[in-house]
Design a protein around this ligand. Structure first.
Ligand code: TEU
Ligand code: CA
Length: 554
């Protein structure tokens, strides 16, 4: 039997909070730390073990806080350091842990290091950033050149994201020491781990000549050396949790970053499955194919098993809402939201729930460009239309489908004004569907998406097969069905998921027989329909999901 190394972060479920949109406690229209404190019992009741909070630090908010001007201070909109300490105590008291966002590929251009660095070539901070005499044709993820001219130095600085997010120079040892110092500061405050923003971008492959290519930002030559050093200096022996955000990482990279014996990170976020509805870049959208999505998800399951650890997600603050994207947010809203959750929570890896996902929150029908708040969408909209890359009609649809703002609308707590998020006027539009989709209504409805998530999380606590079982897929080429099993010793879970809006012929008893299983040993674990037994199922309903479990006989 294969050896299993139990770890708390493998058995945990994570909930991501985007603080400005979570809960406003003081009526200024902006979510804050006291708002999170007020909802800790909600999170505990949901059954999550770890709370990851997106940046809450001091920031000019060019990228909603992913542009940090002081790593050791709380943004005044969100509260104070005392609030943060109370929040950490509140989590720990409830046996939950805190994951903080470590954004150290870049800082804000208003960070004191950058303000000093800008002044000239001979000051202690001059090499904290990436300065060049000539720019090349690298493009920013947020449109336009990745280089910005600075008159004082007569040089250009690199910014892979907005021009207010200057890339740090990790080749400078002093920069790395600063990062370790920030990490130690927060470990001292009681934080239990780090979600590391674009951590595979910290080492770049420079060239002076003109060439395009994100591959020169990603997975650079020294990235593993830096992460091993960070592990050695800060993480080792501390039993913290780490997850690295790694756009552009494939399975091979995943094994390097998160391999059990590599001494780098516990797990990474890959983006391969988030690209299934793009052609040439995010705004060049297409409909996704289930076969392609399955192929990516399954290959990560197979490729990492026993060697590294997966993170499991279909949503975060940068992605449109999964039910609108991969499910059906009208007629089969409830069924498809549950089915997508079921896919994720019956796989191997650590599941991440993004705030509001557990309610089945949907994309926002935006007035474009008026409702846009996000620097990425605003820049892309202006840039791509004015350069004639896409028509206005195309961009209207691209934004509606893909904009990050879709994920950032305030959480829908109840059916009162502004969905109970704020007593003031919300910083961002509330999705008008809050009268139907909200936490209060779902709490009271035993059949709600919220209550389904609770069951999914609870089962992961009770059935080790769901955590450690080996993944095996069936019907790989089926365009509508995603079927897989998880096997641990002689226990098994079989997960059956329909992505179709039509009835699908599927004889479950016969399927079990064909794969050599004794139907009498199985019972239903999860269902999003009203199923009493499974032996007489010959047809799956639209977006039906069902898992069957066989436990040890004794
Ligand atoms: O995201 C990095 C990243 O590459 C993407 O998720 C990106 O935002 C998206 O693909 C654009 O379409 C991280 C953060 O999660 C994001 O919110 C920040 O804007 C970005 O880094 C810069 O810090
Ligand atoms: Ca507030």
């Amino acid at each position: 039997m294969e050896k299993i190394e139990r770890k708390w972060w493998k058995e945990a479920s994570v909930y991501q909070i985007y603080p400005r949109s979570f809960m406003d406690s003081n009526g200024d229209g902006i979510g804050d730390l006291r708002g999170i404190i007020d909802k800790l019992d909600y999170l505990k009741d949901l059954g999550v073990d770890v709370v990851w909070i997106s940046p809450f630090y001091d920031s000019p908010l060019d990228d909603n806080g992913y542009d940090i001007s002081n790593y050791k201070a709380i943004h005044k909109d969100l509260g104070t350091m005392e609030d943060m300490e109370e929040l950490i105590r509140g989590l720990h008291k409830r046996d939950m842990k805190l994951l903080i966002d470590l954004v150290v590929n870049h800082t804000s251009d208003e960070h004191p290091w950058f303000i000093e660095s800008k002044k000239g070539k001979d000051n202690p901070y001059s090499d904290y950033y990436i300065w060049k005499d000539r720019k090349n044709n690298w493009e920013s993820v947020f449109s336009g050149s990745a280089w910005e001219y600075c008159k004082e130095r007569n040089q250009y600085y690199l910014h892979v994201f907005s021009k207010k997010q200057a890339d740090l120079n990790w080749e400078n040892k002093k920069v790395r020491e600063e990062v370790y110092d920030i990490m130690n500061f927060w470990i001292g405050k009681g934080c239990d781990g780090f979600r590391m923003d674009v951590i595979n971008l910290i080492s770049k492959r420079f060239r002076d000549d003109n060439y395009k290519g994100e591959e020169y930002f990603f997975n650079g030559p020294r990235v593993h050396e830096y992460l091993k050093e960070m592990h050695e200096r800060v993480l080792k022996g501390r039993n913290l949790m780490t997850v690295g955000e790694c756009p552009g990482a494939n399975i091979e990279d995943g094994l390097k970053f998160s391999g059990f014996n590599e001494g780098e990170l516990n797990m990474i976020f890959t983006f391969q499955h988030m690209d299934v509805d793009s052609k040439n870049g995010k705004w060049d959208f297409k409909d996704f194919s289930l076969v392609e999505l399955k192929k990516i998800l399954s290959s990560w399951q197979e490729g990492l098993h026993g060697k590294a650890w997966n993170s499991l997600y279909l949503n975060n603050h940068d992605q449109p809402r999964m039910v609108s994207r991969f499910g059906n947010d009208s007629k089969y809203w409830k069924e498809s939201a549950k089915m997508l959750a079921h896919v994720i929570h019956t796989m191997e890896g650590t599941p991440y729930i993004y705030q509001g996902e557990e309610l089945g929150m949907t994309n926002l029908k935006m007035d474009i460009p008026g409702d846009l708040r996000d620097v990425e969408s605003i820049n892309a909209y202006n840039d791509l239309i004015s350069r004639g890359v896409f028509t206005k009609d195309h961009m209207d649809e691209a934004i509606a489908r893909k904009a990050r703002d879709n994920a950032r609308t305030p959480i829908q707590w109840d059916d009162s004004e502004n969905a109970g998020f704020t007593k003031g006027s919300p910083w961002m539009k509330v999705n008008p569907n809050y009268k139907l989709i909200n936490a209060k209504a779902e709490k009271e409805d035993g059949d709600s998406i919220l209550n389904f998530y609770k069951k999914l999380l609870k089962a992961r606590k009770e059935i080790p097969t769901l955590i450690y079982g080996k993944f095996k897929e069936y019907f790989k080429d089926d365009k509508n069905l995603y079927v897989f099993e998880r096997k641990l010793a002689d226990t098994k879970v079989i997960s059956i998921n329909s992505f179709s809006s039509k009835d699908l012929g599927f004889n479950i008893g016969e399927f079990l027989y064909e794969i050599g299983e004794d139907t009498s040993k199985y019972e239903i674990l999860h269902t999003n329909m009203k199923r009493e037994g499974f032996k007489d199922i010959y047809e799956l309903k639209p977006y039906e999901c069902l898992s069957l479990v066989k436990l040890n006989e004794d």
